[in-house]
Design a protein around this ligand. Structure first.
Ligand code: NAI
Length: 403
């Protein structure tokens, strides 16, 4: 078969396996180049045995690659929810990211394993426990919590909580991008109901992070000095209606507050919990946030013009080798700010000048549509110059690839 991108709205319906391989290789190359050019080294505290929940794409994948292929040379266990190839389809990009991270690790003498399944299930907790014993000798130095999902089962009833990305207390209108039609259109979001707000906090707040850390602690799987990090977003004023002051923002505030309970859990081990506030970027999850894409278009343009644009991988190299775990480098709420360049006055002035002018006729010129679209394609293995997209791919060959 020949695989061409199938995009529906803001969702990629397929991926290109060998393009995903190119993406993984590119990320590794980026890590190695950044480490070399900035003379970055592993600190004594840089974790060696890392469990990553949400390891197959976006910030979790970038954390994994930065920690494995950077000076930490960490051994990792990656948990993700992905689909392999079958008669129904080629499978998901995250599946192939897992396959090729493992292949690159083997080639570099590094150790990693993939656990593919629902991170909210007992079965996955058990498989993680077994793998920590087998691969890490029974203890983890760091847990990266980078799950992004729209649903989470209630552990007591098995019924699903569903997140709703909506404003709170008001209706918000604004442009949203359609990547399939390559157009910008107006949309209006009604305020969230009380139930939508509560369920979004259940799905994207801190509760499951705490459950995971409690589970690992109760089973004596956390090493002395163990740390954990989860990711958040705050953004500038003009994104607040839809993000920071909306349901997602409430969930993130809950996540920030959960640090206190996790810190209490980790105190006997001299460990600590962090939240790193990251830059707005195109990922599988973020293109779903209605109203955020016009800001992304203008942000990309401004940051590229100022030589400050980063993707997840650059963000995670800066996080683990420059910021973390330096306790001086936190804001007044104790958050690590990797969104510092995004929120700099220079970048935000440039954004503020352009964003009000953006409309369906000029978004390609005023915003970095081509750059954003290219990043979206590459998340799914398309748009790489060094991949021959006309080469026939056999399903049997894909089925033989093991994550
Ligand atoms: P993503 O969609 O690229 O990755 C999500 C990961 O979670 C994937 O590995 C997926 O397989 C895994 N996952 C989802 N449901 C699962 C389940 N039930 N069981 C096991 N694994 C599951 O998401 P992204 O954007 O990297 O988000 C990660 C975190 O970073 C989120 O907390 C998000 O809010 C935060 N963040 C994202 C920003 C952005 O602009 N994309 C900015 C700042 C923070």
């Amino acid at each position: 078969m020949i695989i061409q991108p199938q995009i529906q709205g803001v969702v990629a319906r397929n991926c290109h396996p060998y393009g995903c391989q190119a993406a993984v290789k590119d990320h590794i190359k980026t890590v190695r180049a950044l480490v070399q050019s900035n003379a970055l080294a592993a600190k004594e505290s840089t974790p060696k045995r890392v469990l990553i929940l949400g390891a197959s794409s976006g910030f979790g994948l970038a954390s994994r690659i930065a920690l494995m292929f950077g000076p930490a040379a960490a051994s990792t266990i990656g948990v993700s929810f992905e689909r392999g190839p079958s008669e129904k389809g080629v499978g998901s990009a995250g599946w192939y990211n897992n396959v090729f991270v493992k292949e690159e690790a083997d080639a570099s003498g590094l150790t990693t394993s993939n656990i593919i399944g629902d991170a909210f299930s007992e079965d996955v907790r058990q498989r993680v426990t077994d793998t920590i014993h087998r691969q890490f000798g029974g203890k983890v130095d760091m847990v990266v919590y980078s799950l992004a999902t729209g649903v989470r089962p209630d552990p007591k009833t098995g019924e699903f909580w569903r997140s709703a990305i909506k404003p709170i207390g008001k209706t918000v209108s604004g442009y949203s991008i359609d990547l399939e039609k390559q157009s910008l259109s107006l949309m209006t979001l009604p305020p969230a109901t009380e139930q939508e707000m509560d369920e979004t906090i259940k799905v994207m707040g801190g509760e499951d992070w705490l459950h995971w850390m409690s589970f690992l602690s109760e089973n004596a799987l956390l090493a002395e000095g163990c740390s954990t990090v989860s990711y958040s977003y705050i953004g500038p004023e003009h994104t607040h209606d839809i993000y920071h002051d909306g349901t997602l923002g409430k969930a993130k505030i809950d996540l920030h507050q959960t640090r206190a309970a996790i810190n209490t859990l980790l105190t006997p081990l001299n460990g600590h919990a962090d939240v790193a506030v990251c830059k707005a970027l195109v990922t599988k999850a973020s293109v779903f946030i209605p109203g955020l894409t016009p800001y992304l278009l203008v942000l990309y343009k401004a940051m590229k013009a100022q030589g400050l644009h980063e993707q997840c991988i650059e963000q995670m190299v800066r996080l683990f080798y420059q910021k973390w775990p330096n306790t001086d480098d936190r804001d007044e709420d104790g958050l690590i700010r990797v969104d510092d360049w995004e929120l700099s006055d220079e970048v935000q002035h440039a954004v503020n000048d352009i964003l009000p002018l953006l409309n369906p006729d000029n978004f390609r010129e005023l915003g970095d549509f081509d750059g954003l679209y290219q990043e979206f394609l590459q998340l799914n293995g398309f748009g790489f110059d060094d991949v021959d997209y006309q080469t026939e791919i056999s399903l049997d060959a894909l089925k033989a690839l093991r994550p």
